[in-house]
Design a binder for this molecule. Structure first.
Ligand code: SF4
Ligand code: SF4
Length: 137
């Protein structure tokens, strides 16, 4: 009887406590502002400087550029941009060196796939990854 009362007291006490768990995945997890999640890419901002490729410690970025179609304008524009998320360690270095903020971090982290090939994300996928973009980059 004493044990039952003890157990009930413990249950009642904890019922009024603030929950330490989240109703994930129905509710999104609150993440810190500096969370390093899957990148968003803005092709129109990219100047094909290759700095992100050069700094990447795992060589998971590949890109190609082409001459600007407008003969009046100098420089190149991006043609293809891929990140292999099988080896990307979300270290944030590519976004830190980018001079135009063409690549930025988001708070998105869900990347579960059935095939390893699906971890290879192209320019279109990275461009469309436009939710939960980190406020400060
Ligand atoms: S986050 Fe790091 S590992 Fe991933 S693409 Fe950028 S530089 Fe490479
Ligand atoms: S560092 Fe930025 S501007 Fe330069 S190639 Fe990478 S994404 Fe494009």
């Amino acid at each position: 009887m004493k044990g039952l009362a003890k157990g009930l007291t413990y249950t009642l006490k904890n019922m009024t406590r603030e929950k330490a768990t989240y109703h994930y995945p129905e509710e999104p997890l609150p993440l810190p502002d500096r969370f390093r999640g899957i990148q968003k890419f803005y092709p129109e901002k990219c100047i094909v400087c290759n700095q992100c490729v050069n700094i990447c410690p795992t060589d998971c970025i590949t890109l190609t550029g082409k001459k600007h179609p407008d003969p009046e304008r100098k420089g190149r524009i991006i043609e293809t941009y891929n990140i292999n998320f099988e080896i990307c360690i979300l270290c944030d270095l590519c976004t830190e060196v980018c001079p135009t903020e063409a690549i930025v971090m988001t708070n998105n982290f869900e990347l579960a796939e059935y095939s390893r090939d699906e971890f290879f994300k192209d320019l279109q996928w990275l461009d469309e990854n436009d939710t939960n973009i980190r406020k400060e980059n």
